[in-house]
Design a protein around this ligand. Structure first.
Ligand code: SF4
Length: 490
């Protein structure tokens, strides 16, 4: 039962991956706040390519620029940055999981409250946002977007607490799910991480200006110093006079998302004190220990498969070669190939490097397998380049469960490993053999003896089905018949 993926369809290795939903950045007390935020978002572009936005405060008013598209397309000209005046700014890059890709869902979202304005941006997904939104609308709230993140603003607005920080804390203590939040008021830069710390958030400093960002790569690009991770369940408040922390959820054991190491975070980022690159290479080493096969060459599926393939090669002693070449200049402007061109099976983004493949037993190493549609084409492309054998190795366990914490995963039925066993998956992608890193193996690569099933060290439910928080919106108690909505047609 070979996967019937249309081999003549234009070929894109990135088509069948999980997508991270969003990156956040904020800075307080720097004259180039908006330019630095644009650079920080550029470094976080891998966390969301659909839209980007920046809000600044210039001691008089908040200023906002939000656009559909990439950061570089909208925030690299002096004119735009010039309009975003002020010593404080927050920014967001987006890949939507809830809420359409429309301008009114582009973050940061803003609300005018009694006592002043507040802008908020969010990485993650609230698993009770629909339930809360419904209650808010019943109580007369008027929602400006269809994004789950707006619920936080609505709850801050409804809080009867005096101080904005107390109102913010009252709001987030009603939220479930995964979140890293960055907010800006006229006097404060506020950050918050959910009680388990599922999504990442770090604190940095640039010449005395505090910075909050999803990943350390956003600090590196502007030469800022890494101070520390924002802790799980921490609300951090930066003001011109210093930094305060609150822990409204009490102490809980952190369970960060393990997929940040497998795929989402940039290899040059440090997450939880670990180099993402080093962890991926170690996952490759562990994969070789667990799934070795006689072979002549180790070939990564670029780019995310590279560190694991290097580790696999180092552990197995089989040479590593770039057997798949990526064309970095495809971009979006390339004319859509005509049907007859497509029928040639053009390989727009990736092609086989025949000299490293022909007549050889090839081990292909990739970070993860989702629907399997792209893997079918990769195996076929390597066979077409003359490989004697093709063995497929994944540096993560089979993905059998959907996410709900801010990752765009297909519905369960579309996940290959949720449908098929190992042998059926091997036959589907057309490889001579197929193997995944085990769940315990991925924990060993992180430096543990294995998964602590009583107290799991990470959030890993796409592999284990062990969801770490309630999933109220999915509990089926609420029938979410969505009322007719406004669709912007002009
Ligand atoms: S399912 Fe869990 S482990 Fe997998 S990506 Fe989502 S939060 Fe991370």
């Amino acid at each position: 039962m070979k996967g019937e993926a249309d081999l003549h369809e234009a070929f894109d290795i990135d088509a069948d991956t999980l997508r991270e939903e969003c990156g956040v950045f904020g800075i307080l007390g720097h004259e180039d706040a908006s330019a630095l935020t644009a650079l920080g978002l550029h470094a976080l572009q891998h966390r969301g390519q659909e839209a980007a936005g920046i809000v600044t405060f210039d001691n008089e008013q908040f200023r906002a620029e939000r656009h559909l598209g990439l950061v570089g397309d909208h925030f690299s000209d002096a004119e735009t940055i010039g309009r975003l005046t002020g010593m404080a700014a927050i920014g967001h890059v987006r890949y939507s999981t809830t809420g359409e890709t429309i301008l009114r869902n582009v973050q940061p979202l803003f609300a005018e409250l009694d006592g002043g304005g507040i802008a908020v941006c969010h990485n993650g997904n609230f698993t009770n946002a629909l339930t809360l939104r419904r209650q808010l609308i019943r109580d007369g709230a008027i929602c400006q977007s269809t994004s789950d993140s707006e619920v936080v603003l609505q709850l801050v607005a409804r809080s009867r607490k005096g101080k904005i920080v107390d109102r913010f804390i009252e709001a987030i203590t009603q939220m479930e799910g995964a979140y890293s939040l960055v907010a800006l008021t006229s006097k404060k830069l506020i950050g918050a991480r959910d009680p388990l710390g599922i999504r990442p958030l770090v604190l940095g400093d640039l010449n005395g200006a505090p910075i909050l960002a999803s990943e350390t790569c956003a600090l590196d690009i502007i030469g800022a110093k890494f101070i520390r991770e924002v802790e799980n369940g921490e609300v951090i408040v930066c003001t011109p006079t210093g930094i305060e922390s609150y822990f409204p959820f009490g102490k809980q054991t952190a369970r960060p998302c393990i997929f940040e190491y497998i795929y989402f975070s940039r290899p040059d980022s440090i997450v939880g004190g670990r180099s993402v690159y080093d962890v991926r290479r170690e996952m490759g080493r562990q994969l070789a220990r667990e799934t070795q096969v006689e072979a002549d060459v180790i070939v990564p599926v670029p780019d995310s498969g590279v560190p694991a393939a290097i580790g696999y090669s180092q552990e197995s002693g089989v040479p590593f070669e770039l057997g798949i070449i990526r064309n970095h200049y495809v971009g979006r402007t390339f004319i859509e190939p005509t049907q007859q061109i497509r029928a040639l099976g053009v390989k727009m983004k990736h092609s086989a490097n025949r000299s490293q493949i022909e007549g050889k037993r090839v081990v292909l190493v990739d970070d993860s397998l989702v629907r399997g549609t792209t893997s079918v084409k990769i195996v076929q492309m390597i066979r077409d380049a003359g490989a004697r054998e093709v063995h497929f190795r994944l540096a993560s366990p089979p993905i059998r469960y959907s996410d709900y914490y801010g990752i765009d995963t297909p519905v369960r039925e579309k996940l290959l490993a949720a449908k098929y066993g190992l042998e059926e998956m091997r036959a589907y992608i057309g490889a001579d053999s197929l193997a995944f890193l085990s769940v315990d193996g991925i924990y060993k690569a992180m430096g543990y003896d294995g998964r602590d099933n009583a107290n799991p060290q990470f959030t890993d439910h796409c592999f284990t089905g062990d969801y770490p928080t309630p999933l109220t919106d999915l509990s089926g108690e609420q029938d979410f018949i969505r009322p007719p909505r406004l669709v912007e047609v002009g």
